[in-house]
Design a protein. Structure first.
Length: 361
């Protein structure tokens, strides 16, 4: 019980990872490909993501005392379990890189107007490392503490957008083929429910609190869909030119009466949520590493930092390369970890139930 988090804290984590990589660049990327019909695509993507929630809860009920690694080891052998955890490590570190790359460019444009990558790394990496070393429970408590502030900032940005010129965007301008193709093209920006499966044994599961968990997941999805809709209402045909959706909702309304600049609200909301997301992905990487090689947590953290810096500077130091990777080869990883993996977990629960039925007979 000491190391476990509550269902409410798990729900808050689920909501935060729903926000990841969807509230800044993604609306512009999707608009460039399928215009405002991206609203339909993201609803379908969220529908797929939402299906992972009952599978996750069913897996938790079916294997109440087991870690994910033990479940995988039973059904796909030790080699298969370690291979899946290696894929999880790759998935988590690229998720963290994508978050950092997008937020770094946003902050560079809004604050520094020039390169400040070392300041950003010095600010982010030690906090991530400390969160992983402290454990999941203290990290979840911190997220719970700031959750109200974060949601208030997000909703504030959505509400203020109504004080700017908006009009209904044009729908049904893209082909059905392109809309369905986008489910694959942007798969890597989804699939974040994988983290919940990784920490399945660390959640203090209570059947009565399932509705609360569903609420946080559904609420997060509703907020993101609302952001997409208002963003497209505001910018219409030029949405693809605005890469910071949540912050750009406040453009033309940054001064409101005598309050002063309001874009600071979006900036703080983005920074806070991004920091929590980086902590989550770093923890997911380290947890996966420990299951592949049973070493101390500090070695996993050092490995994360080294790989993160190498990949950032050598492979994807350029923002454009990271964005291009997100819609070219990374969707393959997104489909495997976000779509195929939950289906496999559902099959495991079915096999477990079948075995119980055979024993009872």
């Amino acid at each position: 019980m000491k190391d476990k988090i509550s269902m409410r804290q798990a729900g808050i984590i689920a909501l935060l990872i729903i926000f990841s990589n969807k509230i800044l660049l993604l609306p512009a990327l999707m608009h460039e490909y399928i215009k405002a019909d991206a609203i339909f695509a993201i609803i379908m993507l969220f529908a797929i993501e939402f299906l992972a929630v009952p599978i996750f809860l069913k897996l938790r009920r079916t294997f109440p005392q087991e870690k994910l690694y033990d479940i995988l080891k039973r059904y796909i052998t030790v080699f298969g379990a370690k291979l899946l955890y290696l894929a999880s490590m790759v998935f988590m570190i690229f998720k963290a890189l994508l978050v950092f790359s997008i937020v770094y460019v946003y902050l560079k444009e809004q604050i520094y107007q020039n390169e400040f990558v070392w300041i950003a790394l010095i600010s982010f990496i030690p906090i991530m490392n400390h969160a992983v070393m402290s454990g999941l429970k203290p990290t979840a408590r911190t997220m719970e503490l700031f959750f109200g502030v974060l949601i208030a900032g997000f909703v504030f940005c959505l509400v203020i957008s109504f004080f700017t010129p908006i009009s209904t965007p044009y729908f049904f301008v893209s082909s059905a083929k392109d809309i369905f193709a986008s489910i694959y093209k942007y798969a890597f920006t989804f699939g974040d429910s994988l983290f919940l499966f990784l920490i399945i044994d660390k959640i203090d599961y209570k059947p009565k609190e399932e509705k609360k968990f569903y609420f946080y997941v559904f609420f997060g999805m509703i907020l993101v869909v609302a952001l997409f809709f208002l963003f497209y209402c505001k910018y219409q045909l030029t949405s693809f030119m605005h890469n910071n959706a949540l912050a750009d909702l406040l453009v033309f309304s940054v001064r409101f009466n005598a309050i002063g600049r309001l874009d600071i609200v979006a900036m703080l909301t983005i920074m806070l949520s991004s920091l929590f997301q980086m902590e989550i992905f770093c923890y997911g990487f380290c947890d996966s590493f420990i299951n592949v090689l049973p070493l101390d947590k500090k070695y996993a953290i050092v490995l994360f930092d080294i790989i993160f810096l190498i990949l950032y500077y050598i492979f994807i130091g350029k923002y454009e390369i990271m964005v291009k990777s997100t819609v070219t080869w990374l969707p393959v990883l997104g489909v495997i970890m976000g779509y195929v993996f939950p289906i496999a977990c559902f099959i495991f629960t079915f096999l477990k139930r079948r075995k119980k039925d055979e024993k009872s007979d």
